[in-house]
Design a protein around this ligand. Structure first.
Ligand code: NAD
Length: 253
């Protein structure tokens, strides 16, 4: 899909990957709703982009009513939404015994928000014969990751959901990608799941020490190129690993 003239929602847009994605989408001619639970952060991103093609909306994607309100706001401002980036994510505390509410929070933000957004978007996309859903999962959704069980479980489920969406609606014009970065230089990389335990800290050092950290702009570049590909896409794919290699990572060890 060419993004020029299209309308996009980016959740978690006040942060690293989402902020870079929003800026890149606007640069390619899209009109973008930058949504974040931190409304000030979303506004800062929009101010930095500095055009009327982007607006900031404060929205907590763990709440289904707020997701609905976000979509309605985007439609009022720019018309029907063509691309939805379910990008907001949280790590959750490390370990298993984290309590019901921490499990619920991770499930709500990292998984249910994807399901709820798709539920709102897909019928219209099927009617129009076009639409694009991009779920941000993680390499932790493809590989076993030490640290936060909640992160690993919810990210695996987000990959599964994107695959299901793709095979179910792919022949009706709905395109789906699932973004699975490994290490991106944002606050989340250094957050609780990794730094609070000895093993978690070791895992972070393994990624960062190998030089395997991309900048958010690198990820936005990969995503924008991937949007023009035809098929369901999971990252890291060879091109992404190649980018990490350029940054000095050694995967042959
Ligand atoms: P980040 O912390 O910079 O950005 C995440 C953003 O999501 C923040 O602006 C935060 O305010 C927002 N957010 C959190 N909870 C929210 C909620 N309930 N509703 C709306 N917004 C909410 O981190 P990032 O690295 O840019 O993360 C973006 C996505 O990339 C996440 O889904 C994350 O799991 C995924 N990811 C990141 C890495 C990495 O190394 N940074 C690796 C793999 C996957």
């Amino acid at each position: 899909m060419k993004v020029d003239g299209k309308v996009a929602i980016v959740t978690g847009g006040g942060g690293g990957i989402g902020g870079a994605l929003a800026a890149r989408l606007v640069a390619e001619g899209a009109r973008v709703v930058v949504a974040d639970i931190d409304a000030d952060a979303a506004r800062s991103v929009v101010d930095e982009i500095g055009t009327t093609s982007a607006i900031a909306v404060g929205a907590d994607v763990s709440d289904s009513d707020e997701i609905r309100g976000l979509v309605e706001r985007a439609e009022e401002e720019f018309g029907p939404v063509d691309l939805y980036f379910a990008n907001a994510g949280i790590t959750g505390p490390p370990g298993l015994d984290i309590g019901e509410s921490a499990w619920d929070q991770a499930l709500d933000v990292n998984l249910r928000a994807h399901i709820r957004a798709a539920n709102l978007m897909v019928p219209g996309w099927v009617d129009r014969g076009e639409g694009y859903f991009v779920g941000t999962a993680s390499a932790a959704g493809l590989l076993t990751q030490i640290g936060s069980a909640a992160y690993s479980v919810t990210k695996h489920a987000a990959v599964g959901f994107a695959e299901w969406l793709s095979v179910t609606y792919g022949d009706q014009g709905v395109r789906v990608s699932c973004l699975c970065p490994m290490g991106v230089n944002t606050p989340l990389l250094y957050a609780g799941k990794n730094s609070d335990t000895e093993l978690g800290a070791l895992a972070t050092r393994a990624v960062t020490g190998a030089g395997a950290v991309l900048e958010p702009d690198d990820v936005a570049e990969i995503v924008l190129r991937a949007l023009e590909e035809e098929h369901f896409l999971i990252l890291p794919h060879p091109e992404v690993l190649e980018m990490y290699r350029h940054k000095g990572a050694d995967y042959d060890r």
